[in-house]
Design a protein around this ligand. Structure first.
Ligand SMILES: *[C@@H]1O[C@H](CO)[C@@H](O)[C@H](O)[C@H]1NC(C)=O
Ligand SMILES: *[C@@H]1O[C@H](CO)[C@@H](O)[C@H](O)[C@H]1NC(C)=O
Length: 255
């Protein structure tokens, strides 16, 4: 069943450029929504590389390694080459993506990222099912505050005040679940019964982060709820280190 969301908005928050971009994309069929392209960003500040350079060959070998390693576990972070041509990268699949969905997401995302950021020394791309990021700077373990965007359903709920409170409560609960106990995936999903409907949520961090950083990252983006998704039936804040999503329909794959 296709969710009843006619339009979704994307807001990109670029801390560097202090620019806010507003785009609207058509809602896609539920088939392709399983792995929709969301957004990408190429970094200009880290500089450029030239075709056939050592940097490019390190980048390509890094991506080969990541494509090979990630589908079985859903995450890998790796580096290739020596200074000044070393490249750092990671890929993360959504916690509920099967290893075949994960592999096919990367098979789409990596060439697409190479094409969109052909000479940039850093870049990031997001799909529904995966995230791929690389940089000449070693960013492992650090919260990415620079790459972030919002996505929301344009439909408004009828009871925004209580809905917002419940959304925040669910995502805060899921943050706790993702960062405590024996949870190794820094991923949690859950649901909450509201008066007339049900709320579904998901939180996830990249696994180069320690638990405390994951929690700090999620707490930070949950704090952006009023900016991204005030009274909206669905919303996401998606970053380079963590993301959340909530909807009033089930969107998590049952294994
Ligand atoms: C990288 O390339 C872009 C486009 O070709 C150019 O605008 C930019 O100035 C370059 N950046 C550096 C640091 O050389
Ligand atoms: C939701 O509310 C906003 C702000 O009041 C309004 O601009 C927008 O048109 C509403 N969306 C729908 C789908 O009615």
């Amino acid at each position: 069943m296709s969710p009843s969301s006619p339009l979704k908005g994307i807001v990109s928050v670029s801390v560097l450029a202090l620019a806010i971009q507003l785009l609207f994309i058509q809602s896609v069929s539920s088939q392709s929504q399983n792995n929709a392209f969301l957004y990408h960003k190429c970094s200009d500040i880290e500089g450029n590389f030239t075709s056939k350079s050592p940097y490019e060959s390190n980048l390509d070998s890094l991506f080969r390694r990541i494509s090979y390693r990630v589908p079985s576990s859903g995450f890998a972070a790796s580096s290739a080459g020596n200074s000044p041509d070393n490249v750092n990268g990671l890929a993360l699949c959504r916690g509920d993506a099967s290893s075949s969905d994960c592999g096919s997401c990367l098979a789409t995302a990596i060439p697409e990222l190479r094409q969109r950021c052909p000479n940039n020394k850093a870049g990031i791309i997001w799909y529904d099912n995966c995230l791929v990021k690389y940089s000449s700077t070693n960013f492992f373990g650090k919260i990415d505050y620079e790459n972030r965007f919002y996505l929301y359903n344009v439909n408004n709920v009828s009871d925004p005040a209580s809905f917002n409170t419940q959304t925040k409560a669910l995502l805060t609960e899921l943050t706790q679940k993702a960062t405590t106990g024996d949870n190794q995936k820094l991923f949690a999903t859950g649901e909450k019964n509201l008066e007339k409907k049900k709320l579904y949520g998901l939180v996830q961090c990249t696994r180069d982060l320690r638990r405390e950083s994951c929690k700090a990252c999620l707490d930070g983006i949950i704090g952006e709820l009023p900016n991204c998704c005030d009274g909206k039936e669905g919303g996401r804040v998606v970053g380079g280190s963590c993301n959340f999503r909530y909807e009033i329909y089930p969107f998590v794959k049952i294994a």
